[in-house]
Design a binder for this molecule. Structure first.
Ligand SMILES: CC(=O)N[C@H]1[C@@H](OP(=O)(O)O)O[C@H](CO)[C@@H](O)[C@@H]1O
Length: 457
């Protein structure tokens, strides 16, 4: 019988990837086994297919785009607002809503060595992104009288660190049995010749397969079965990196349910034509998102008759999906978007390679490529200053600094609206715990107490 190594050699020969074993003899027995495990876990047919498609990813497809209609929350009558919110609360009270965060990414672009959700944006409280989200969910859960189950998608790279972070923080006060961690899958990075990159002598270069893998991962991991067992009917999906995310927002839930749609997306008007956000629109009449990396310049800058941006509905990565839509999406063969990137690796001699130009392709699926499957997509335009503070870069636009500022400005606004005198807020930084207020409610009786605190409560 062939040894594992011989079996791996035969497999690699078949797909012209023999270089993956170039350093096998330099490795310890344990590292050799680990490398062989990685090789056997790859789908080489898929890798070959991805390589062949790398230049005809969805970006190159013929699109026929038109703008999409959105409900603008601020323009609704008070009566309608109340109705929608009440419908959302009803769903929360009857335990029909779950929250799902896609958190497989690392904070490396922020200079943070760890999962992105563990990042602290420098608020006075020092809370991590995960903690802010947990506390918002806890607040809603206590108001609804039902714990909102929370599904956390990690990646093989950060699962251990993420779960350890939650454990050490005692799950931020969340009931342990209401949190479900599951991993998204990964794909290898491939160079211009179709060779799989080695990150190290014993390690294949793997990257998360994108947030579009989410529904498949939900099914694979048993999270879907868990949702069904709990009676979940709606999944509130969000990105880990928005410091102002209104997790499981009742108004969004109510708006979606009453619209009769099976999927929904929250949007805000773009801040400027080049903002790095996807645009929600129609493609051949079907709901779609065109990602910023795929967007032709004419689309970024096109104007309507009033001189406003024609494509102005920025995707802020908050969606609501009906469970039957999640189930359908789990088996749907989404396309892969190829990205040509600078990816650190080792060269044929085993020396570290720090490319200054893109040297490899990464492949990702995007969750919103499922939107065309929905007959109708509910689109709700909300207030940017209340809901969108993305943390993407170390400095400048969409950085911890801009996000922190947005959170503190919003909390200041809440206090003013609750009746705090402007002079009292002068020179103070007050941060309001999401455990006390989810969206500015309930503050009027507590102003003096809040302002007694030095900085945060
Ligand atoms: C593939 C994907 O989900 N892209 C999303 C996502 O962008 P990232 O740069 O991948 O974080 O979040 C943006 C909002 O923060 C949204 O506008 C965009 O469409």
């Amino acid at each position: 019988m062939k040894s594992r190594k011989e079996q791996a050699e035969a497999l690699l020969r078949q797909y012209n990837q023999q270089h993956l074993l170039n350093f096998y003899h330099d490795l310890t027995a344990e590292a050799q086994e680990s490398l062989l495990d990685q090789i056997f876990s790859l789908d080489f047919e898929q890798v070959a297919a991805l390589f062949d498609q790398r230049t005809d990813s969805p970006a190159q497809m013929e699109n026929e785009l038109t703008p999409i209609e959105a409900g603008v929350w601020d323009e609704f009558s008070e009566e309608r607002k109340q109705q929608e919110e009440e419908a959302g609360w009803q769903a929360l009270r009857s335990g029909r809503v779950a929250a799902l965060v896609v958190a497989g990414g690392q904070g490396s672009r922020l200079g943070h060595d760890g999962p992105k959700g563990t990042f602290n944006i420098g608020l006075p409280s020092g809370k991590s992104l995960f903690q802010l989200q947990a506390e918002r969910l806890l607040n809603l859960s206590s108001q609804a009288g039902r714990t909102i189950p929370w599904y956390v998608m990690t990646s093989p790279e950060n699962d251990g660190e993420t779960t350890e972070f939650f454990r050490k923080a005692d799950y931020f006060g969340y009931p342990r049995e209401a949190i479900f961690f599951f991993e998204q899958s990964v794909l290898p990075a491939i160079d211009a010749e179709g060779k799989i990159l080695l990150a190290d002598k014993d390690r294949i270069s793997l990257a998360p397969a994108g947030n579009g893998d989410c529904f498949a991962a939900i099914k694979r991991s048993g999270a879907l079965a868990d949702m069904k067992a709990r009676g979940v009917e709606w999944v509130f999906y969000y990105n880990v990196d928005n410091a102002l995310v209104k997790v499981a927002d009742p108004k969004f839930i109510g708006y979606t349910i009453s619209s009769g749609a099976s999927a929904a997306c929250k949007v805000v008007p773009k801040s400027h034509p080049e903002e790095k956000v996807g645009i929600v629109c129609l493609n051949r009449g079907r709901p779609a998102v065109i990602e910023y990396s795929d967007m032709p310049r004419e689309m970024m800058t096109a104007q309507n008759e009033e001189g406003r941006l024609l494509y102005d509905q920025a995707n802020i990565s908050m969606h609501l999906f009906r469970l039957d839509f999640v189930e359908k999406g789990a088996d749907y063969p989404l396309p892969y978007h190829a990205a040509h990137k600078k990816i650190a690796a080792i060269d044929e001699q085993g020396n570290p390679l720090k490319p200054s130009e893109p040297n490899a392709y990464k492949f990702e699926r995007f969750i919103f490529d499922l939107f065309p499957l929905a007959d109708k997509l509910a689109v709700l335009q909300v207030n940017r200053s209340e809901e969108f503070a993305p943390v993407k870069n170390k400095e400048g636009e969409d950085s911890p600094e801009t996000a922190r500022k947005l959170v503190l400005e919003l909390h200041r606004k809440w206090l003013l609206e609750a009746g705090a005198a402007e002079e009292l807020l002068e020179g103070r930084t007050v941060e309001i715990s999401p455990l006390i207020s989810y969206a500015g409610e309930g503050l009027h009786l507590r102003i003096s107490e809040l302002l007694e605190q030095e900085q945060s409560i």
